[in-house]
Design a protein around this ligand. Structure first.
Ligand SMILES: [Zn+2]
Ligand SMILES: [Zn+2]
Length: 144
């Protein structure tokens, strides 16, 4: 079981990208096509996200851990569109912070508000997940 480190890049980081080993993730980030964007549906929110299928599934599952409704994933724009204008107008590219997910990562191409909302959710889900799978004696450094 690899340890899951969640370190968000600082808002002002100058282009130092965390290593993403998953090639499918990397090619999703490099593509400028909106067709690679998926949409995470969680608690009435529609959040555009960018990653490979595997890591999107993982990310969605973790986010769903702390949600009463299950999180959903669409590979196309939902019928109602993206309600938040900030998210709708966000550039669907990898200029957004990357959230590490195992050996890959998810780029949340949403407005800052929803970006942090979903990151919070993901972190809470990770904590829940870690509690479920925690073994005594496992120490994580530098986690708050
Ligand atoms: Zn991936
Ligand atoms: Zn938004």
């Amino acid at each position: 079981m690899p340890s899951t480190e969640l370190e968000l890049p600082q808002a002002d980081d100058g282009g130092t990208e965390p290593p993403v080993r998953c090639e499918a993730c990397r090619s999703a980030f490099e593509s400028e096509s909106q067709q690679t964007v998926s949409f995470l549906l969680l608690d009435q929110l529609t959040i555009p996200v960018l990653s490979c299928d595997d890591h999107l599934q993982e990310f969605t599952a973790v986010c769903g851990l702390t949600s009463e409704d299950s999180a959903d994933l669409l590979d196309h724009l939902p019928a109602g569109g993206v309600r938040c204008p900030g998210c709708r107008n966000a550039r669907y590219d990898s200029s957004h912070p990357l959230v590490p997910v195992q050996d890959g990562g998810v780029v949340i191409t949403a407005c800052p508000t929803h970006q942090s909302a979903i990151v919070e959710r993901f972190r809470a889900g990770l904590r829940t997940h870690e509690q479920l799978t925690a073994t005594l004696g496992t120490t994580h450094s530098a986690t708050r």
